[in-house]
Design a protein around this ligand. Structure first.
Ligand code: S3P
Length: 410
Protein backbone atom coordinates (compact mmCIF):
# COMPACT_ATOMS: atom_id res chain seq x y z
CA UNK A 1 0.00 0.00 0.00
CA UNK A 2 1.47 3.34 -1.05
CA UNK A 3 1.64 6.20 1.46
CA UNK A 4 -0.88 9.06 1.21
CA UNK A 5 0.05 12.68 1.79
CA UNK A 6 -1.68 16.01 1.32
CA UNK A 7 -4.74 18.09 1.98
CA UNK A 8 -8.05 17.55 0.19
CA UNK A 9 -11.69 18.50 0.42
CA UNK A 10 -14.25 15.76 -0.10
CA UNK A 11 -17.65 16.27 -1.83
CA UNK A 12 -20.72 17.37 0.12
CA UNK A 13 -22.30 15.01 2.62
CA UNK A 14 -24.64 12.48 0.98
CA UNK A 15 -27.16 12.32 3.83
CA UNK A 16 -27.52 16.11 4.00
CA UNK A 17 -27.66 16.44 0.19
CA UNK A 18 -30.61 14.01 0.01
CA UNK A 19 -32.39 15.84 2.81
CA UNK A 20 -31.77 19.28 1.30
CA UNK A 21 -33.66 18.54 -1.91
CA UNK A 22 -36.43 16.44 -0.35
CA UNK A 23 -37.09 18.83 2.55
CA UNK A 24 -37.31 21.79 0.17
CA UNK A 25 -40.76 20.36 -0.63
CA UNK A 26 -41.85 21.00 2.97
CA UNK A 27 -41.74 24.77 2.49
CA UNK A 28 -43.06 27.44 0.14
CA UNK A 29 -40.33 29.62 -1.30
CA UNK A 30 -36.91 29.01 -2.80
CA UNK A 31 -34.27 26.90 -1.00
CA UNK A 32 -30.60 27.38 -1.94
CA UNK A 33 -27.94 24.71 -1.45
CA UNK A 34 -24.18 25.15 -1.98
CA UNK A 35 -21.72 22.28 -2.28
CA UNK A 36 -24.55 19.84 -3.02
CA UNK A 37 -23.26 16.35 -3.80
CA UNK A 38 -23.83 15.40 -7.45
CA UNK A 39 -23.72 11.58 -7.28
CA UNK A 40 -25.87 8.76 -8.63
CA UNK A 41 -27.71 8.39 -5.31
CA UNK A 42 -28.44 12.05 -4.64
CA UNK A 43 -29.50 12.62 -8.26
CA UNK A 44 -32.27 10.06 -7.59
CA UNK A 45 -33.64 12.39 -4.90
CA UNK A 46 -33.27 15.43 -7.15
CA UNK A 47 -35.09 13.66 -9.97
CA UNK A 48 -37.83 12.62 -7.53
CA UNK A 49 -38.57 16.19 -6.43
CA UNK A 50 -38.72 17.28 -10.09
CA UNK A 51 -41.26 14.50 -10.75
CA UNK A 52 -43.19 15.76 -7.72
CA UNK A 53 -43.54 19.20 -9.33
CA UNK A 54 -40.49 21.14 -8.05
CA UNK A 55 -38.53 23.61 -10.16
CA UNK A 56 -34.75 23.34 -9.83
CA UNK A 57 -31.79 25.29 -11.17
CA UNK A 58 -28.01 25.07 -10.82
CA UNK A 59 -25.93 28.21 -11.33
CA UNK A 60 -22.52 29.29 -9.95
CA UNK A 61 -22.39 26.43 -7.47
CA UNK A 62 -25.90 27.10 -6.10
CA UNK A 63 -28.63 24.49 -6.46
CA UNK A 64 -32.06 26.06 -6.04
CA UNK A 65 -35.26 24.14 -5.40
CA UNK A 66 -38.76 25.63 -5.36
CA UNK A 67 -41.78 23.52 -4.59
CA UNK A 68 -44.50 23.47 -7.27
CA UNK A 69 -47.91 21.81 -7.08
CA UNK A 70 -47.82 18.11 -6.20
CA UNK A 71 -49.25 16.06 -9.09
CA UNK A 72 -52.59 14.65 -7.92
CA UNK A 73 -54.19 13.02 -10.95
CA UNK A 74 -52.27 9.71 -10.91
CA UNK A 75 -49.46 7.95 -9.01
CA UNK A 76 -46.02 9.22 -10.10
CA UNK A 77 -43.50 6.45 -10.90
CA UNK A 78 -40.16 7.19 -9.22
CA UNK A 79 -36.97 5.20 -9.87
CA UNK A 80 -34.89 5.28 -6.66
CA UNK A 81 -31.99 3.40 -8.32
CA UNK A 82 -29.57 2.10 -5.66
CA UNK A 83 -30.59 4.69 -3.05
CA UNK A 84 -32.18 3.48 0.18
CA UNK A 85 -32.23 7.03 1.54
CA UNK A 86 -34.25 8.27 -1.47
CA UNK A 87 -36.77 5.41 -1.21
CA UNK A 88 -37.29 5.53 2.54
CA UNK A 89 -37.41 9.30 2.99
CA UNK A 90 -39.76 9.62 0.00
CA UNK A 91 -42.21 7.22 1.64
CA UNK A 92 -42.68 9.70 4.48
CA UNK A 93 -42.66 12.81 2.31
CA UNK A 94 -45.33 11.42 -0.02
CA UNK A 95 -47.42 10.01 2.83
CA UNK A 96 -47.66 13.56 4.21
CA UNK A 97 -48.43 15.18 0.83
CA UNK A 98 -51.36 15.31 -1.58
CA UNK A 99 -49.42 13.19 -4.14
CA UNK A 100 -49.22 9.46 -4.56
CA UNK A 101 -46.25 7.62 -6.03
CA UNK A 102 -44.96 4.18 -6.92
CA UNK A 103 -41.35 3.73 -5.84
CA UNK A 104 -39.04 1.18 -7.43
CA UNK A 105 -35.29 0.58 -7.60
CA UNK A 106 -32.41 -1.55 -8.89
CA UNK A 107 -31.84 -5.20 -7.91
CA UNK A 108 -29.88 -4.32 -4.76
CA UNK A 109 -32.44 -1.78 -3.50
CA UNK A 110 -35.33 -4.09 -4.43
CA UNK A 111 -33.93 -6.69 -2.02
CA UNK A 112 -33.64 -4.29 0.96
CA UNK A 113 -36.24 -4.24 3.77
CA UNK A 114 -38.95 -1.58 3.54
CA UNK A 115 -41.40 -2.74 6.23
CA UNK A 116 -39.36 -0.81 8.81
CA UNK A 117 -40.68 2.36 7.19
CA UNK A 118 -44.02 1.06 5.88
CA UNK A 119 -45.30 -0.19 9.26
CA UNK A 120 -44.88 3.02 11.30
CA UNK A 121 -46.25 5.14 8.44
CA UNK A 122 -49.30 2.84 8.17
CA UNK A 123 -49.74 3.13 11.93
CA UNK A 124 -50.01 6.90 11.45
CA UNK A 125 -52.64 6.41 8.73
CA UNK A 126 -50.70 6.27 5.43
CA UNK A 127 -52.03 4.12 2.60
CA UNK A 128 -49.18 1.95 1.29
CA UNK A 129 -49.47 -1.13 -0.92
CA UNK A 130 -46.75 -3.61 -1.85
CA UNK A 131 -43.86 -4.75 0.27
CA UNK A 132 -42.03 -6.18 2.13
CA UNK A 133 -39.62 -4.72 -0.47
CA UNK A 134 -39.95 -2.29 -3.40
CA UNK A 135 -42.01 -1.59 -5.43
CA UNK A 136 -44.36 0.25 -3.09
CA UNK A 137 -47.25 2.58 -3.86
CA UNK A 138 -47.62 5.33 -1.26
CA UNK A 139 -50.37 7.89 -0.76
CA UNK A 140 -51.42 10.24 1.99
CA UNK A 141 -54.00 10.32 4.76
CA UNK A 142 -51.43 10.47 7.51
CA UNK A 143 -51.97 11.95 10.99
CA UNK A 144 -49.44 12.73 13.69
CA UNK A 145 -48.82 10.37 16.63
CA UNK A 146 -46.36 8.45 18.77
CA UNK A 147 -44.00 5.82 17.40
CA UNK A 148 -41.53 3.62 19.23
CA UNK A 149 -38.74 2.90 16.76
CA UNK A 150 -37.92 -0.77 16.11
CA UNK A 151 -34.62 -0.10 14.27
CA UNK A 152 -31.93 2.50 15.08
CA UNK A 153 -32.29 3.97 11.59
CA UNK A 154 -31.97 7.63 10.61
CA UNK A 155 -33.77 6.81 7.37
CA UNK A 156 -36.88 5.55 9.18
CA UNK A 157 -36.77 8.41 11.71
CA UNK A 158 -36.43 10.92 8.86
CA UNK A 159 -39.31 9.38 6.90
CA UNK A 160 -41.57 10.01 9.91
CA UNK A 161 -40.31 13.59 10.29
CA UNK A 162 -40.74 14.33 6.57
CA UNK A 163 -44.48 13.70 6.85
CA UNK A 164 -44.65 17.27 8.19
CA UNK A 165 -47.02 16.10 10.97
CA UNK A 166 -46.56 16.36 14.73
CA UNK A 167 -44.79 13.18 15.85
CA UNK A 168 -43.17 11.85 19.02
CA UNK A 169 -40.47 9.26 18.43
CA UNK A 170 -38.79 7.11 21.08
CA UNK A 171 -36.01 4.50 21.03
CA UNK A 172 -34.12 6.26 18.20
CA UNK A 173 -30.78 4.64 19.15
CA UNK A 174 -28.44 7.58 18.52
CA UNK A 175 -28.84 7.64 14.74
CA UNK A 176 -27.68 10.70 12.76
CA UNK A 177 -29.73 13.86 13.37
CA UNK A 178 -29.34 15.89 10.15
CA UNK A 179 -33.10 15.97 9.55
CA UNK A 180 -33.74 17.37 13.02
CA UNK A 181 -31.05 20.05 12.58
CA UNK A 182 -32.39 21.15 9.21
CA UNK A 183 -35.98 21.25 10.53
CA UNK A 184 -34.79 23.47 13.39
CA UNK A 185 -33.07 25.76 10.89
CA UNK A 186 -36.40 25.93 9.02
CA UNK A 187 -38.10 27.18 12.18
CA UNK A 188 -39.74 23.95 13.34
CA UNK A 189 -40.90 23.52 16.93
CA UNK A 190 -38.66 20.49 17.52
CA UNK A 191 -36.73 19.01 20.44
CA UNK A 192 -34.56 15.92 20.34
CA UNK A 193 -31.80 13.91 21.97
CA UNK A 194 -30.12 10.61 21.07
CA UNK A 195 -33.24 8.55 21.90
CA UNK A 196 -36.25 10.82 21.31
CA UNK A 197 -37.64 13.40 18.87
CA UNK A 198 -40.69 15.57 19.46
CA UNK A 199 -41.91 17.85 16.67
CA UNK A 200 -45.13 19.85 16.35
CA UNK A 201 -46.57 20.50 12.92
CA UNK A 202 -46.30 24.08 11.70
CA UNK A 203 -45.12 26.29 8.87
CA UNK A 204 -41.51 25.76 7.79
CA UNK A 205 -39.29 28.47 6.27
CA UNK A 206 -37.06 28.12 3.20
CA UNK A 207 -33.34 27.62 3.90
CA UNK A 208 -29.96 28.50 2.43
CA UNK A 209 -27.18 26.07 3.41
CA UNK A 210 -23.68 24.94 2.45
CA UNK A 211 -23.32 21.17 2.67
CA UNK A 212 -20.19 20.20 4.67
CA UNK A 213 -17.79 17.53 3.31
CA UNK A 214 -18.95 13.94 3.76
CA UNK A 215 -17.17 12.14 6.66
CA UNK A 216 -18.14 8.77 5.17
CA UNK A 217 -16.16 9.67 2.02
CA UNK A 218 -13.28 11.21 4.00
CA UNK A 219 -13.07 8.07 6.16
CA UNK A 220 -11.39 6.08 3.37
CA UNK A 221 -8.42 8.47 3.24
CA UNK A 222 -8.25 9.25 6.95
CA UNK A 223 -8.32 5.58 8.01
CA UNK A 224 -5.75 4.71 5.32
CA UNK A 225 -3.46 7.50 6.60
CA UNK A 226 -3.60 5.95 10.09
CA UNK A 227 -2.67 2.54 8.68
CA UNK A 228 -0.07 3.17 5.93
CA UNK A 229 3.48 4.13 7.06
CA UNK A 230 4.70 7.67 6.14
CA UNK A 231 1.14 8.95 5.55
CA UNK A 232 -0.43 12.22 6.69
CA UNK A 233 -3.79 13.39 5.28
CA UNK A 234 -5.86 16.48 6.05
CA UNK A 235 -9.51 16.79 5.04
CA UNK A 236 -10.87 20.34 5.13
CA UNK A 237 -14.46 21.50 5.72
CA UNK A 238 -15.68 18.13 6.88
CA UNK A 239 -18.90 17.44 8.77
CA UNK A 240 -17.87 16.75 12.40
CA UNK A 241 -21.23 15.89 13.93
CA UNK A 242 -20.68 13.31 16.74
CA UNK A 243 -23.37 11.09 15.21
CA UNK A 244 -21.08 10.65 12.17
CA UNK A 245 -17.50 10.59 13.45
CA UNK A 246 -17.56 7.34 15.39
CA UNK A 247 -14.73 6.16 13.12
CA UNK A 248 -12.49 9.02 14.32
CA UNK A 249 -13.26 8.11 17.93
CA UNK A 250 -12.25 4.51 17.15
CA UNK A 251 -9.02 5.72 15.47
CA UNK A 252 -8.24 7.72 18.63
CA UNK A 253 -8.85 4.62 20.79
CA UNK A 254 -6.41 2.72 18.55
CA UNK A 255 -3.69 5.26 19.34
CA UNK A 256 -3.81 6.96 15.93
CA UNK A 257 -2.69 10.59 15.55
CA UNK A 258 -5.96 12.50 15.01
CA UNK A 259 -6.17 16.33 15.11
CA UNK A 260 -9.57 18.06 14.78
CA UNK A 261 -10.17 21.81 14.46
CA UNK A 262 -13.75 23.08 14.49
CA UNK A 263 -14.20 25.99 12.05
CA UNK A 264 -18.00 26.39 12.20
CA UNK A 265 -20.47 25.26 14.86
CA UNK A 266 -23.81 26.61 13.66
CA UNK A 267 -26.55 24.31 12.28
CA UNK A 268 -23.97 21.53 11.82
CA UNK A 269 -20.42 21.20 13.21
CA UNK A 270 -17.73 21.54 10.52
CA UNK A 271 -13.93 21.53 10.67
CA UNK A 272 -10.57 20.21 9.47
CA UNK A 273 -9.20 16.79 10.39
CA UNK A 274 -5.63 15.52 10.07
CA UNK A 275 -4.64 11.90 10.58
CA UNK A 276 -1.10 10.55 10.35
CA UNK A 277 0.40 7.09 10.60
CA UNK A 278 1.20 5.35 13.87
CA UNK A 279 1.24 1.77 15.12
CA UNK A 280 -2.33 0.82 15.89
CA UNK A 281 -3.93 -1.03 18.80
CA UNK A 282 -7.00 -3.22 18.10
CA UNK A 283 -10.58 -2.06 18.79
CA UNK A 284 -13.82 -3.48 20.23
CA UNK A 285 -16.94 -1.93 18.68
CA UNK A 286 -20.30 -2.59 20.37
CA UNK A 287 -23.95 -2.10 19.27
CA UNK A 288 -24.25 1.36 20.85
CA UNK A 289 -21.42 2.74 18.70
CA UNK A 290 -22.65 1.21 15.45
CA UNK A 291 -25.02 3.99 14.20
CA UNK A 292 -22.18 6.56 14.41
CA UNK A 293 -19.92 4.51 12.13
CA UNK A 294 -22.23 2.13 10.25
CA UNK A 295 -20.96 3.07 6.76
CA UNK A 296 -17.30 3.04 7.86
CA UNK A 297 -17.23 -0.56 9.13
CA UNK A 298 -15.74 -2.09 5.93
CA UNK A 299 -12.86 0.41 6.12
CA UNK A 300 -12.42 -0.19 9.86
CA UNK A 301 -12.21 -3.94 9.10
CA UNK A 302 -9.36 -3.20 6.70
CA UNK A 303 -7.35 -1.18 9.23
CA UNK A 304 -7.95 -3.86 11.89
CA UNK A 305 -5.92 -6.21 9.66
CA UNK A 306 -2.89 -3.96 10.34
CA UNK A 307 -3.46 -3.42 14.10
CA UNK A 308 -1.53 -5.36 16.75
CA UNK A 309 -4.05 -7.87 18.14
CA UNK A 310 -7.70 -8.95 17.96
CA UNK A 311 -10.39 -6.42 16.93
CA UNK A 312 -14.10 -7.18 17.24
CA UNK A 313 -17.35 -5.69 15.90
CA UNK A 314 -20.60 -6.72 17.63
CA UNK A 315 -24.21 -5.57 17.19
CA UNK A 316 -23.78 -4.62 13.52
CA UNK A 317 -26.33 -7.02 11.95
CA UNK A 318 -27.75 -3.96 10.14
CA UNK A 319 -24.73 -4.27 7.81
CA UNK A 320 -26.38 -7.33 6.27
CA UNK A 321 -29.11 -5.19 4.66
CA UNK A 322 -26.98 -2.41 3.15
CA UNK A 323 -26.16 -2.14 -0.58
CA UNK A 324 -24.73 -5.65 -0.16
CA UNK A 325 -24.51 -7.96 2.85
CA UNK A 326 -21.54 -5.98 4.10
CA UNK A 327 -20.55 -8.52 6.76
CA UNK A 328 -20.12 -11.28 4.18
CA UNK A 329 -18.69 -9.10 1.39
CA UNK A 330 -16.16 -7.46 3.75
CA UNK A 331 -15.06 -10.74 5.34
CA UNK A 332 -14.87 -12.72 2.07
CA UNK A 333 -12.93 -10.05 0.20
CA UNK A 334 -10.44 -9.39 3.01
CA UNK A 335 -9.86 -13.17 3.32
CA UNK A 336 -8.92 -13.24 -0.39
CA UNK A 337 -6.32 -10.55 0.42
CA UNK A 338 -4.84 -12.84 3.10
CA UNK A 339 -6.43 -11.27 6.19
CA UNK A 340 -7.21 -13.27 9.33
CA UNK A 341 -10.91 -12.36 9.65
CA UNK A 342 -13.96 -14.37 10.73
CA UNK A 343 -17.64 -13.62 10.16
CA UNK A 344 -20.08 -13.66 13.10
CA UNK A 345 -23.87 -13.25 13.01
CA UNK A 346 -23.65 -9.56 13.92
CA UNK A 347 -20.13 -8.51 12.94
CA UNK A 348 -16.60 -9.86 12.57
CA UNK A 349 -13.37 -10.70 14.41
CA UNK A 350 -10.04 -9.64 12.90
CA UNK A 351 -6.58 -10.68 14.07
CA UNK A 352 -3.72 -8.45 12.96
CA UNK A 353 -1.28 -7.58 11.71
CA UNK A 354 -1.19 -9.60 8.48
CA UNK A 355 0.47 -8.70 5.15
CA UNK A 356 -2.14 -8.17 2.41
CA UNK A 357 -1.75 -9.31 -1.21
CA UNK A 358 -1.43 -6.46 -3.69
CA UNK A 359 -3.48 -7.97 -6.51
CA UNK A 360 -5.83 -10.58 -5.12
CA UNK A 361 -7.70 -12.75 -7.59
CA UNK A 362 -11.47 -13.40 -7.80
CA UNK A 363 -12.31 -10.26 -5.83
CA UNK A 364 -15.96 -9.26 -6.02
CA UNK A 365 -17.48 -6.21 -4.33
CA UNK A 366 -21.04 -7.09 -5.46
CA UNK A 367 -21.47 -3.63 -6.97
CA UNK A 368 -21.24 -2.04 -3.51
CA UNK A 369 -19.60 1.42 -3.66
CA UNK A 370 -18.18 1.32 -0.14
CA UNK A 371 -16.65 -2.12 -0.69
CA UNK A 372 -15.00 -0.98 -3.93
CA UNK A 373 -13.48 2.05 -2.18
CA UNK A 374 -12.25 -0.02 0.78
CA UNK A 375 -10.60 -2.55 -1.56
CA UNK A 376 -9.03 0.27 -3.58
CA UNK A 377 -7.51 1.69 -0.38
CA UNK A 378 -6.04 -1.79 0.16
CA UNK A 379 -4.23 -1.35 -3.18
CA UNK A 380 -6.51 -3.58 -5.26
CA UNK A 381 -6.77 -2.57 -8.92
CA UNK A 382 -8.44 -5.68 -10.40
CA UNK A 383 -12.02 -4.76 -9.53
CA UNK A 384 -14.84 -5.14 -12.06
CA UNK A 385 -17.26 -2.68 -10.56
CA UNK A 386 -15.14 0.46 -10.01
CA UNK A 387 -17.81 2.65 -11.63
CA UNK A 388 -20.14 2.09 -8.69
CA UNK A 389 -18.15 4.67 -6.67
CA UNK A 390 -20.36 7.17 -8.58
CA UNK A 391 -23.14 6.25 -6.14
CA UNK A 392 -21.54 8.40 -3.41
CA UNK A 393 -18.12 9.71 -4.50
CA UNK A 394 -17.64 10.27 -8.25
CA UNK A 395 -14.13 11.84 -7.83
CA UNK A 396 -12.83 9.13 -5.53
CA UNK A 397 -10.03 7.87 -7.81
CA UNK A 398 -8.81 11.38 -8.68
CA UNK A 399 -8.54 12.24 -4.98
CA UNK A 400 -6.74 8.95 -4.28
CA UNK A 401 -4.20 9.51 -7.04
CA UNK A 402 -3.58 13.10 -5.89
CA UNK A 403 -2.77 11.86 -2.41
CA UNK A 404 -0.55 9.12 -3.81
CA UNK A 405 1.24 11.80 -5.83
CA UNK A 406 0.80 10.26 -9.28
CA UNK A 407 -1.63 10.35 -12.19
CA UNK A 408 -4.80 8.30 -12.15
CA UNK A 409 -4.39 5.31 -14.54
CA UNK A 410 -7.94 3.97 -14.53
C1 S3P B 1 -28.43 7.24 6.13
C2 S3P B 1 -28.54 6.49 7.26
C3 S3P B 1 -27.86 5.20 7.46
C4 S3P B 1 -26.69 5.03 6.50
C5 S3P B 1 -27.05 5.42 5.09
C6 S3P B 1 -27.53 6.86 5.03
C7 S3P B 1 -29.22 8.49 6.04
O1 S3P B 1 -28.80 4.17 7.23
O2 S3P B 1 -26.21 3.71 6.53
O3 S3P B 1 -25.91 5.27 4.25
O4 S3P B 1 -28.90 9.34 5.19
O5 S3P B 1 -30.15 8.64 6.83
P1 S3P B 1 -29.82 3.71 8.38
O6 S3P B 1 -30.37 4.93 8.98
O7 S3P B 1 -30.88 2.92 7.72
O8 S3P B 1 -28.99 2.90 9.33
Amino acid sequence: MKSLNGKINVPGDKSISHRAVLMALLTDGKCVVYNWLFSMDTLRSLNAVILLGAETDYLNGALTISRGDFPTTKAVAIDCGNSGTTARLLCGLIAGSSASATLYGDDSLSARPMLRVVKPLQKLGATISGGPTLPLTVSGGIQGGKIEMEVASAQVKSALLLTGKGVELTNCGGSRDHTERLLKLMGADIEWDAETVNIKSGTLNPFEITVPGDPSSAAFFLCAAAMIPDSRVTVGNMLLSESRIGFLRVLESMGANVEMTITDDSWETVGDVTVSYSRLKPFDICAKQVPSLIDELPMLALIATQADGISTVKGAEELRVKESDRITTTVDSLKLLGADIEETADGFIVTGPTPLKADAEKLCANGDHRLVMMLSMAGQTALDDKDCVDVSFPDFYERLENLRGKQCDF
